[in-house]
Design a protein around this ligand. Structure first.
Ligand code: FE2
Length: 426
């Protein structure tokens, strides 16, 4: 007797009328038209069943702090960093934990079951690190939280920055972060990349650096990151986040850079909601979009994922833990409007993001965790178009969240009552 059998599901790869059989928290079979006794059977009615959404780049220590102590007036990255600096002395562990837990509730409701969050290690007290380690433990029964030691003020620029980062790693933070473009000089930026990659190699950690989050085409720390990744044998274990300067780089230089990034196995994370609002702020017209070169990176064979980055914090005043909103914006900014391009945007917030986080058991195949989302959409493109309702969210075979189907009833003069837009089960 199975624990759960989902029938008539459409999968993200286009297979339809599929059944997903679940036993003991794992997927035991995925095949068309399977009928077997189960404690619970759910007819998906042709709707999309996807593996959970994954956010590979977030800042949970700052989330839901919008307006504290004031709003970012210029809308720039640099004022955001300054504002976060103003907020830090007033942070308390209790408030951090409360906001993070609230955000994780939003995430689960949206089928977002794995988040990689950067946590600021610049403050020697490591208040935020301790708070998020606590949150990680508390949410573990329903959400995978991975922490990145992130020296927001620059690991070399901050007195004691290296020691604080190493202490965060000692406490159990999973990934080594960095922010080379915020160090005082290009040389210091490159030195920080080298140092942080060496720390990661010595400790067997993954690396995820904020890299070149600027409009300066000469900010080329991604090149150093890929080089150090190769030199230290970290293939497949390193990620460059943001990489917005690539948008403004010379095309000839990029033609040399992309093969290096691909060969090194460095993943790249674009954060479309944030970078379409932060970048280009020093431009008059035309204003650069600023997002990294997503289609070109994908074409070069680089694993590209999309992150949410911020929700209601010093850098971004909007957001709701909805990775389909992230995919929607990424699709627009990168002009990935072909069928293949739109599906790649769905992959960027699911499988590609899971690859960044090295999530074990992720996917819709026998042997994977029985973690998946039933969406009110018939395929990934429709899911993005509608930012589809997450009808049901399961993790390890357990139902964690459900949302009623969106259903607008129309009562139009001269017409029979009808519904608009919303795809329904067959
Ligand atoms: Fe970020």
């Amino acid at each position: 007797m199975l624990d759960l059998l989902v029938t008539h599901a459409t999968l993200p790869d286009g297979r339809s009328d599929m059944s997903i059989a679940v036993q003991d928290g794992r997927i035991v079979e995925v095949s068309p038209g399977l009928a077997a006794p189960a404690h619970e059977t759910l007819d998906a009615g042709g709707l999309l069943v996807s593996p959970p959404f994954v956010d590979p780049h977030f800042h949970m220590d700052a989330t839901l702090s919008y307006g504290l102590p004031r709003v970012n007036a210029s809308g720039t990255l640099l004022e955001g960093i300054a504002l976060w600096g103003e907020l830090k002395p007033d942070l308390t562990a209790d408030a951090l934990v409360e906001r993070a837990l609230a955000y994780c509730d939003w995430a689960v409701a949206k089928g977002l079951l794995a988040i990689r969050t950067h946590v600021d290690t610049s403050d020697a007290s490591l208040l935020a690190v301790d708070a998020l380690l606590d949150v990680k433990q508390r949410v573990a029964p329903y959400l995978d939280l991975q922490l990145v030691a992130f020296p927001q003020d620059g690991v070399l620029r901050t007195a004691g920055g290296v020691a604080s980062l190493e202490r965060a790693l000692d406490k159990g933070v999973d990934v080594v972060g960095g922010i080379p473009h915020f160090e005082r000089t290009m040389a210091d930026g490159a030195a920080s990349v080298k140092l942080l990659c060496e720390i990661a190699a010595a400790r067997g950690k993954l690396v995820d650096m904020h890299c070149d989050e600027s409009d300066d085409p000469l900010s080329r720390h991604i090149e150093t990151l890929a080089y150090e990744c190769q030199r230290l044998g970290l293939h497949g274990r390193v990620t460059g986040s943001h990489c917005t300067s690539m948008h403004s780089m010379d095309n000839y230089y990029v033609s040399k850079l992309l093969p290096l990034v691909a060969e090194s196995g460095v993943s790249v994370i674009a954060n479309p909601l944030i970078n379409i609002t932060l970048q280009g702020r020093h431009d008059s017209y035309p204003k650069r979009r600023g997002m990294t070169r997503v289609p070109e990176l994908l074409a070069a064979g680089v694993n590209v994922a999309f992150g949410h980055d911020c929700v209601m914090d010093p850098w971004y005043s909007l957001g709701s833990a909805d990775m389909l909103e992230v995919a929607h914006m990424g699709l627009h900014v990168a002009q990935m409007t072909s069928q293949a391009g739109m599906r790649q945007c769905f992959d960027a917030v699911t499988v590609n993001a899971a690859r960044v986080m090295h999530l074990p058991g992720y996917g819709l195949a026998p042997g994977c965790d029985a973690s998946f989302v039933l969406l009110q959409a018939r395929d990934p493109v429709e899911a993005i178009r509608l930012r589809a309702t997450r009808l049901k969210v399961w993790r390890h075979g357990r139902l964690l969240a459900q949302t009623p189907a969106a259903q607008a009833q129309l009562h139009l003069p001269g017409r029979a009552d009808t519904t608009a837009f919303m795809p329904a089960r067959r």
